[in-house]
Write a protein that binds this ligand. Structure first.
Ligand code: NDP
Ligand code: HEM
Length: 504
């Protein structure tokens, strides 16, 4: 039998025991000099870091992305440079509203985050399992999230707040329809699509820009859970997703997705009936067909969940040359929010943690010092710690700059309200009337009614009026389910939800 290695303190000196405190006599008291004890207790006190303010419950795998089709006419991003090229990927899927201990099988949107460790740095695709979102301006995001989290007095989730907010933001009906459809509770992350959701840009080596949408389509098929099935699963286990992913990887049954892009020229973007940078809208497939790009295969269970999944810092501003942003107002707000959240949640040098450090490109920057600065910026000469310098420190590469973006010369700075119009109802109408079949519509009516059941009459009527603008049958179906009570249990995780009376 090989000799087991010696246990040490964090400073590397051997432990003599890992069982007993150092005491004055067998009955104590404990000596303050017992550094081992103090270290052990102090470390336990620091085992938790703040959970993500949203998307706190998550599941992650490691895998590989392989290019299957040439898209170099759209992008010079090196990860797409040739068919067969492989790039390492770290995924994290999540629910949005629940805390880090929430049950996996809850009705909610799912996050779909991918970190591609490319040779030009990390590209993060921080999307959802829905191609759109509830709101179109980041200014409303904190309000929206507040309605998804707990009421300050009852400390319960509040459908009253959710439907109160949604009915005053009718552009949300597209996303709420998807949330209440069958796809509102995927069986597992393997059984759902992922979408970049926002419009992004790509540019090629000629400096031509195209607008793009990213779609990751599941190979496992869409499998979803009814509210009743989800309740049954949660009764047995809160960790159904983690368990399913674990077994899939253990059995060699690796989940896969095909990446497609939709492409729009800058000229086309001026002509669409809807704003192509509005996150509450999809680009119809007939007008902007899906173009295959490659295959994503997730094949490895991370060795340490905390190190790779909890410490993962995904951010839409992690882009690489050849991929860029768009004017989407939500995306622009996100470009601030994520790195700020990471500095708070993980610390100043979060990018140097193993989950986030580029694996296939070198990091060279002039940021200096700060908490947990455990790495050096040694560019070969200790004098090269500012820029410009005479010591051969790293310099910028102008060729990585994206092409200039032409802005409407008539544009003025202001706060622009987008008035509600039928444009907001066209796409949910198509989803409701043309994509869903009769049985799916029936389940949508019941799921929606279940979610609304605890809500006050006033808010119910406001939301039913929004549904009527989508399609009269939609409103009628949900109203019928509400009136007959034929809708099963409320599908959102709540209990009593009477609005709390204000104090005198
Ligand atoms: P298509 O008929 O070409 O596409 C319909 C899309 O709807 C397919 O991507 C399908 O996904 C998806 N879908 C089916 N059931 C649901 C559901 N319950 N929740 C969410 N998506 C679902 O039509 P259009 O491109 O013109 O889009 C029509 C409507 O479909 C849109 O207004 C939007 O609501 C929805 N949709 C559109 C997408 C797009 O990018 N164009 C993407 C996703 C939804 P799959 O093929 O994987 O089964
Ligand atoms: C996580 C902010 C919209 C997808 C987060 C986090 C913040 C945040 C602060 C926590 C980050 C962390 O601690 O690591 C915002 C803001 C938004 C917005 C301000 C709007 C202005 C969106 C949209 C999507 C999205 C539209 C999807 C299309 C995600 C995902 C995560 C996340 C997937 C989890 C990332 C992970 O797995 O670590 N968001 N978000 N968010 N957000 Fe957003």
């Amino acid at each position: 039998m090989t000799k087991r290695k010696t246990l040490t303190t964090t400073s590397g000196s051997p432990y003599t025991t890992n069982e007993t405190s150092r005491t004055a006599g067998a009955r104590g008291p404990v000596m303050l000099e017992d550094h081992q004890l103090i270290e052990k207790l102090a470390h336990q006190n620091r085992e938790r870091i703040p959970e993500r303010v949203v998307h706190a419950k998550g599941w992650g795998l490691q895998g590989t992305f392989t290019v299957t089709k040439d898209i170099s006419q759209y992008t010079c991003a090196k990860l797409f440079s040739e068919v067969g090229k492989e790039t390492e990927v770290l995924s994290r899927w999540s629910t949005v509203a629940g805390e880090s201990g929430a049950a996996d099988a809850e009705r909610d949107v799912r996050g779909f985050s991918l970190k591609f460790y490319t040779e030009d740095g990390n590209w993060d695709m921080v999307g959802n399992n829905t191609p759109i979102f509830f709101i179109r301006d980041g200014y409303k995001f904190p309000d929206f999230i507040r309605t998804q989290k707990r009421h300050p007095k009852t400390n319960l989730r509040s459908p009253e707040a959710m439907f109160d907010f949604w009915s005053a933001q009718p552009e949300s009906v597209h996303q709420v329809t998807i949330l209440m459809s069958d796809r509102g509770i995927p069986r597992s992350p393997a059984h759902m699509n992922g979408y970049g959701s926002h419009t992004f840009s790509m540019w090629n080596d000629k400096g031509e820009r195209h607008w793009v949408k990213f779609h990751f389509r599941t190979h496992q098929g869409h499998e979803t859970l009814s509210d009743a099935k989800a309740a049954e699963i949660i009764g047995h286990t809160r960790e159904s997703y983690q368990e399913e992913l674990w077994h899939m990887i253990e059995d060699g049954n690796h989940p896969k997705w095909t990446l497609f892009i939709q492409v729009m020229t800058e000229e086309q973007a001026l002509e669409t009936e809807f704003n192509p940078f509005d996150l509450t809208k999809v680009w119809p497939h007939d007008d902007f067909p899906l173009i295959e790009v490659g295959e994503l295969e997730m094949h490895t269970f991370p060795e340490n969940y905390f190190q790779l999944v909890e410490n993962a810092a995904y951010s839409p501003n992690n882009v690489v040359p050849g991929i860029g942003f768009s004017p989407d107002k939500m995306l622009q707000a996100r470009l601030f929010a994520y790195a700020d959240a990471h500095r708070y949640r993980l610390g100043t040098h979060y990018e140097a943690l193993p989950a986030n450090a580029p694996k296939n490109s070198e990091v060279r920057h002039y940021h200096k010092d700060g908490a947990m600065r455990f790495f050096t910026n040694d560019f070969g000469n200790p004098n090269a710690y500012y820029e410009p310098n005479q010591y051969d420190g790293p310099v910028a590469d102008e060729s990585a700059e994206e092409p200039p973006l032409r802005i409407d010369p008539e544009a003025v700075v202001g706060r622009f309200k987008q008035e509600e119009s039928d444009v907001d109802y066209v796409q949910p109408r198509k989803l409701y009337a043309e994509v869903l079949d009769d049985a799916e519509r029936d389940r949508l009516h019941k799921n929606m009614a279940g979610g609304m059941a605890p809500v006050s009459e006033d808010v119910k009527e406001r939301w039913l009026a929004v549904l009527k603008k989508v399609h009269p049958d939609y409103e009628a179906g949900v109203r019928r389910a509400l009136e007959t009570g034929n809708h099963g249990e409320p599908s959102l995780p709540v209990t009593d939800d009477t609005p709390v009376e204000a104090a005198e």
